[in-house]
Design a binder for this molecule. Structure first.
Ligand code: AGP
Length: 614
């Protein structure tokens, strides 16, 4: 939540910051701001409630010159979205400007301390407390900015990625992180700084991911310096980016979400490639093979994640238990971290996260690691905090996912979990050679089958318009497709603001059936499966109560097709792999309903792509 960006070099900073903020808007978009130091060494700060475009408007007739600057796009935690609560925040003497992603937990204590020392505050934010505190320590100790930042951070609790600049000093940006992401880009005579590498991908491929409690000193004309809060110098570990500019552009699509739904044929191929061999009798997941014994000796596997990644985890549980016969539990990271769970060194904990920065999932991993469990991460963002905290892991490799509603990351997470389940099963001799090969060759066919489903886009768009009236939806699925009912409902809720609930189909008669009426659209996943007939009975029950049924069925189905009001036929596949297909029409349904309702699909209200606060 919140995106931060910084630049120091030979170019004008403002256009770089603005472009960078647009790319980081997925992290928060309720207000934005920049601070620049011009050639007269003056500090100019511009802020605006709303999106980055509103900030551009505000700054359009102002002095935006300067080759050093910092910028911020906000997702409010402390204080409502407003001009005054927007970042950068400045110290009372207007000398220091600071941007922040995270939460300073002891800000109230610090604020009282500063008020007693005569400081006054303009905003309700924890960030303003931090910048005033740095200013206070600088004055009190007659020290430089970097030392004051270091002293301040040694006294704050919470999470932060910050960047700080100082009036009169156009040659230095000080940055630091703890539990919020921060990456430095190293160009020719210039440095970039951002929450992820997207703001500077066209300028440099050389990056340094800061570690927790590290401070980076970005000085004009000098090498990058990194030191810890305890003043220990570190050699910057330079990595090369895997991202490219075209992955960050929408291309012909009006929204990133649509682009990302359509990309799934390609992303699933990338996710599979190099993992399943030509004969379909082997899967290469290096993170698994390097730590095979931990998996094979596991008494239990605990999967932890949030939101959509948690839904993928549920499918992982079904697959690991079915094929590998190891008991699995799936935990919301936010619950797991606070409920004093029993974890032992014989447990394997799988953490799933697209962003790799979700605060609750990171905290759950820490708990598991402290208890001696082996932690395996499934992440999309290379070099992210979760990827680095994991003992081993596997990337989904779907490229940057920009739309706030997760789509292509989800299908790849499901596929990675399926590959992991089959790998463990094979190593434990729980699956026959033929069955293993059959499942792998079917996995290879999934990208083509998604292509077939995407051809139904126009049909889905047309009937989506019928449902813009609805204020509630029910989604039903069973077995492997129960998590897809949850995921379909989440997609609709988050981008169209229509209330939607997902249930295991058989649970309907235990309560939700009371909601069924002519007004109620019910999406039922009724593809061919071991419980198909039972799902058909559920559809009969809905029709008997005049509910509107939208059914996802397998090609050639002539039973449900006659019962349902709207029917989407998708290619047949193995039951365990069906979620990778059944979710696609539900992604498109949610997308088209939201677009028809005029919603901002990529930046739905109140949400942020990367939830770095608990
Ligand atoms: C998905 O559409 C959501 N926006 C959200 O539930 C998301 O999946 C969740 O916040 C977890 O994020 P992560 O995968 O980056 O950890």
């Amino acid at each position: 939540m919140c995106g931060i960006v910084g630049y120091i070099g030979t170019k004008q900073a403002f256009p770089i910051l603005i472009k960078g903020l647009h790319r980081l808007e997925y992290r928060g978009y309720d207000s934005a701001g920049v601070a620049l130091i011009n050639t007269d060494k003056r500090l100019n700060v511009y802020k605006a409630k709303g999106k980055v475009a509103d900030l551009e408007q505000v700054a359009s007739d102002k002095d935006i010159s300067g080759t050093i600057g910092i910028g911020h796009t906000r997702w409010a935690t402390h204080g409502e979205p407003s001009d005054v609560n927007a970042h950068p925040h400045i110290s009372q003497d207007e000398k220091i400007a600071l941007i922040h992603n995270g939460i300073i937990e002891n800000y109230e204590t610090l604020r009282s301390q500063l008020e007693a020392a005569g400081y006054t505050f303009k905003s309700e934010t924890d960030t303003e407390v931090l910048v005033q505190f740095i200013n206070y320590l600088m004055e009190l100790n007659h020290t430089d900015l970097c030392t004051a930042v270091q002293m301040a951070l040694n006294q704050v609790t919470g999470a932060y990625a910050i960047a700080v600049i100082e009036k009169g000093n156009p040659d230095t940006i000080i940055a630091a992180r703890k539990s919020s992401p921060l990456v430095v880009g190293i160009g020719e005579g210039e440095f970039f700084l951002a929450s992820d590498a997207s703001p500077f991908v066209e300028y440099t491929q050389k990056v340094v991911y800061l570690n927790d409690e590290e401070i980076a000193i970005l000085s004009r004309g000098e090498e990058l310096k990194i030191k810890t809060l305890n003043n220990i110098e570190k050699t910057p570990q330079i990595k090369l980016l895997e991202m490219n500019l075209s992955q960050l552009e929408k291309g012909k699509y009006p929204y990133y979400m649509e682009k990302e739904i359509f990309e799934q044929t390609k992303t699933l191929k990338t996710c599979l490639s190099g993992r399943i061999n030509l004969d379909c009798d082997n899967i290469a997941i290096s993170g698994f093979f390097d730590n095979k014994e931990r998996f094979l000796n596991a008494e239990r596997i605990v999967i932890t994640a949030c939101g959509t990644s948690w839904h993928a985890g549920l499918i992982g549980m079904y697959a690991i238990e079915e094929f590998a016969r190891i008991p699995v539990t799936v935990e919301y990271s936010s619950e797991f971290r606070y409920r004093n769970p029993v974890i032992t060194k014989n447990d394997v904990v799988i953490a799933i996260s697209q962003s790799g920065e979700t605060a609750d999932t990171l905290a759950a991993m820490e708990i598991a690691k402290n208890a001696g469990a082996f932690v395996f991460g499934i992440c999309n963002v290379v070099g992210s905090s979760i990827a680095r905290l994991s003992d081993a892991g596997c990337y989904t490799h779907v490229g940057p996912e920009v739309g706030v509603a997760s789509t292509k990351a989800f299908t790849a997470q499901v596929l990675v979990l399926q590959m992991l389940a089959l790998t463990i099963a094979k190593e434990r001799n729980c699956i026959s050679k033929d069955r293993f090969t059959a499942l792998l060759s079917e996995m290879n066919k999934l990208p083509k089958k998604i292509q077939t489903i995407l051809k139904l886009n126009d049909k889905l768009e047309a009937f989506s318009r019928t449902f813009t009236y609805a204020s509630n939806f029910i989604y039903l699925g069973r077995g492997y497709n129960y998590p897809i009912a949850l995921e379909g409902a989440l997609k609709l809720k988050e981008i169209s603001y229509i209330h939607a609930e997902g249930y295991p189909a058989a649970e309907m008669k235990h309560g939700p059936i009371a909601l069924i009426s002519e007004e109620m659209p019910v999406v039922v996943i009724a593809t061919s499966s071991s419980t198909y007939e039972k799902v058909v009975s559920n559809i009969q029950e809905i029709k008997a109560r005049k509910g509107k049924v939208i059914a996802i069925v397998t090609e050639g189905d002539d039973v449900v097709s006659k019962l349902a009001d709207y029917c989407i036929q998708i290619p047949n596949t193995e039951e365990c792999l069906s979620p990778v297909l059944t979710v696609v029409p539900l992604q498109l349904l949610a997308y088209h309903i939201a677009v028809a309702k005029g919603k901002d699909v990529d930046q739905p209200r109140n949400l942020a792509k990367s939830v770095t606060v608990e």
